[in-house]
Design a protein around this ligand. Structure first.
Ligand code: MG
Length: 169
């Protein structure tokens, strides 16, 4: 059985905050505002994975009222989501994501993000795609007020994983 999930997240940009996207700290004049480290890409990925198995969303499992997650490294959440799926008998086949931001330019950091996210999810980097787009100056993201991310994830039953992986290089 193969299933797909979708995730979306956005956070406002604010001065005095670190900018962390895809588990990688990126030098910038401002960072994303949130209860945790506000890693917009990791949050979208968590929702895609949870969505694939109809297991709620990131807010269900990691409420932002919970002081435990204040300034939390969001890759800890992604690792817990991965463990949740694994314990329920699912295996992640691949993930894909797009980050929408006017600045900074993310291309130089994408290989590091893929390596980091793959490590957290226990996957080969070839199964973890990250892309970046600008919003062509439109709307809040275009005015540099925030950054958005969307993600999809495909999972299968662990018992079917060997079959699904047979054509993998
Ligand atoms: Mg978020």
């Amino acid at each position: 059985m193969i299933r797909t999930g979708i995730g979306y997240d956005s956070h406002r940009l604010a001065e005095g905050r670190r900018l962390v996207i895809g588990g990688v700290e990126i030098p910038h004049t401002c960072g994303l505002l949130g209860h945790s480290d506000a890693d917009v890409l990791v949050h979208a990925l968590c929702d895609a994975l949870l969505g694939a198995v109809a297991d709620g969303d990131i807010g269900t499992h990691f409420p932002d009222r919970d002081p435990q997650w204040e300034d939390a490294d969001s890759t800890v959440l992604l690792r817990q989501v991965t463990e949740r799926l694994t314990q329920a008998g699912w295996r992640i086949l691949n993930t894909d994501a797009t980050v929408v931001t006017e600045a900074p330019r993310l291309a130089p950091y994408i290989p590091s993000m893929r390596t980091r996210l793959a490590e957290v999810m226990g996957l080969e980097p070839s199964r973890v795609s990250v892309k970046a787009k600008s919003n062509e100056g439109m709307d809040a993201v275009g005015r540099r007020e925030g950054i958005a991310a969307m993600a999809v994830a495909t999972v299968c039953r662990a018992s079917a994983a060997n079959l699904s992986l047979s054509g993998d290089q």
